[in-house]
Design a protein around this ligand. Sequence first.
Ligand SMILES: N[C@@H](CCC(=O)N[C@@H](CS)C(=O)NCC(=O)O)C(=O)O
Length: 207
Amino acid sequence: MNPSTTLVLHGVKLSGHVHRVELLLRMLGLPYDFVDASASVRASAEFRKRNPLAQIPVLEDGELVLCDSLGIMVYLCKRYAPETELLPDDPIGAAAVQRWFSLAAGEVTYGLANARAATLWNAPFDKRFAHAISERLLEFMEQHLANRTFLAAGHATLADLACYAYVAHAPEGGVSLEAYPAVQAWLARVEALPQFFPLPSALPAAA
Ligand SMILES: N[C@@H](CCC(=O)N[C@@H](CS)C(=O)NCC(=O)O)C(=O)O
């Protein structure tokens, strides 16, 4: 089913939270407009009317305004692709996706995303703490993926889209992926999905 109005995604291209939503929009084949919402835009009264937390992503679907990347992903599947296997409906599949959503909003954010933001943009996060959380998460993922292809099922789900960008860009936060071959193989499997597109590198291109 296609939306009757064009969906509008507010975000910035270097955000992993925004990337997971944009990746899903592309995988579901939903047309959308992308509106830049860099820091000065997010601070405006107009943006805060959409999201009082002043965070991205925000998705507009006609009159409906949705905040929170994971909530937006659930909405898009349920509204426009109710049969998609990206959001399993069976009790075990649904619980497994929720577990990875919790990790995406927890360890992935407090570890990998915060280490990246502190390294690249001097965001006020404790890098040692973020690195310790990142390592614990990656060790768990390595063990989890040793005999699995995707995080929450035998096929890709929203769990993979939600976790992908900050894991793939861990080195930008000073977190090496070298010791995690199963995690690297999983990243390659996500990158091979139809309609995949990468989060751009935040590092300056080599001369
Ligand atoms: N729970 C939110 C978190 C979103 C989030 O932290 N977005 C960051 C960009 S990656 C942001 O807007 N940061 C600005 C701020 O928190 O002031 C979600 O999943 O959408």
